[in-house]
Design a protein around this ligand. Structure first.
Ligand code: FMN
Length: 347
């Protein structure tokens, strides 16, 4: 018998458990300290703005964030002309820094930023509304640039795309590539009830999601009560400007399925995988959906837990807004990087 087992054999079980808990707590504290350091040192928070190491990456992600905000505004069913002054102000500043630093202006992200500005101008022309002064003041070059078509990413169509219910009807007969490539987040839905049997089938399909040691700790809450949906989305905050969906799902993971402190991040991995499976399965069932973050401050999380009776032993992963595809709707383009841009290979 080794020393550890010998000590265990002579220690009362409750004392042994208390010691184990203490050790786990110390380990967790040190792991979280490392995670905290890594995050604070490298994320794109404003305190890291001037740090040269990684500035390119941080600028790109922040520009993508603002492109996305503008695309959401452009895709609204009830379009508000002249919207977006604050997002464009940030975008202008970021694009200027980009150029000032000498980063390539034929980069996919920079081109998408230029193209979202052009999409904004085009939309205003189409509906006969004046272009706001801030666009002319900040982006005269982007609007008039004649050489735009020569850039390698000039055809990255930032802006919006059209989604049609009729194109989604036969999703169950598509191959994986077509189904996956054509799914998109939809935030405005038809005024018809969602077929709950299809949603339950999507959950059943999603149960094939791999999970660490097959523990299947994901949980899903289906919320149909309009009052609870409205209140949840008001707390969530990422759904402003859209009508409430007929159905809202909350994906969570039960941490009682995890055994060691080294597994501390696993709930988020398994929960993320399940979320993706569920989104794809909903698409397969010809149901429209949009994932919504649960990146909450403490009081938001408390409110959601209380409102929806989510037990403390579950971590929140994401909401999914669910509804039927409307006949036709605009959706943010949400351009993608090519695979080689994110791939490293080692021989
Ligand atoms: C974890 C997660 C959280 C998200 N949160 C929100 C949100 O709060 N509001 C929103 O409108 N979209 C949200 N989205 C949707 C993304 O904006 C969308 O997935 C992304 O732009 C890619 O577009 P696509 O889903 O149409 O391919 C979220 C997506 C994920 C994966």
């Amino acid at each position: 018998m080794n020393l550890k087992n010998r000590i265990k054999s002579i220690t009362p079980p409750n004392v042994w458990r208390a010691l184990q808990r203490q050790k786990a707590n110390r380990c967790l504290a040190s792991y979280y300290l490392l995670q905290r350091k890594q995050y604070i040192n490298y994320c794109a928070g404003p305190w890291n703005e001037k740090q040269r190491n990684g500035q390119y990456e941080r600028l790109r992600s922040t520009i993508v964030y603002y492109i996305h905000r503008i695309e959401k505004g452009l895709s609204h069913r009830y379009f508000r002309s002249g919207f977006g002054k604050s997002a464009f102000a940030h975008l202008n500043e970021l694009m200027q820094t980009w150029q000032h630093e000498g980063y390539p202006t034929d980069d996919v992200v920079f081109c998408a930023a230029e193209n979202v500005i052009r999409a904004y101008v085009r939309k205003h022309h189409e509906i006969g509304k004046p272009i706001p002064d801030f666009i002319n003041a900040w982006f005269a070059d982007e609007i008039t640039q004649s050489g735009e078509q020569t850039k390698s990413y000039a055809r990255i169509n930032a802006g919006t795309k059209v989604v049609r219910a009729i194109d989604k009807r036969n999703n169950a007969s598509l191959d994986y590539e077509s189904l996956f490539r054509n799914r998109t987040s939809v935030r405005e839905y038809a005024d018809t009830p969602v077929d709950m049997e299809s949603v339950r089938e999507a959950i059943n399909i999603s149960m094939k999601t791999p999970s660490v040691c097959n523990r299947q700790a994901f949980r899903i809450l289906l919320i149909r009560n309009p009052n609870l949906i409205e209140k949840s989305l008001a707390v969530q905050g990422g759904w402003r400007g859209y009508a409430a969906p007929p159905l809202l799902a909350l994906i969570s993971v039960d941490i009682r399925s995890f055994v060691s402190v080294e597994e501390r991040n696993e709930p988020y991995i398994d929960g993320g995988l399940f979320t993706m499976s569920f989104l794809t399965a909903l698409e397969y069932e010809s149901i429209a959906a949009c994932p919504l973050n649960t990146m909450f401050r403490d009081e938001q999380e408390r409110e959601i837990r209380k409102l929806l009776a989510v037990p403390e032993h579950e971590v929140l992963i994401a909401f999914i807004a669910i509804g039927n595809f409307p006949d036709v709707i605009n959706s943010p383009m949400s351009f993608r990087y090519s695979g080689d841009m994110i791939t490293r290979e080692i021989d």
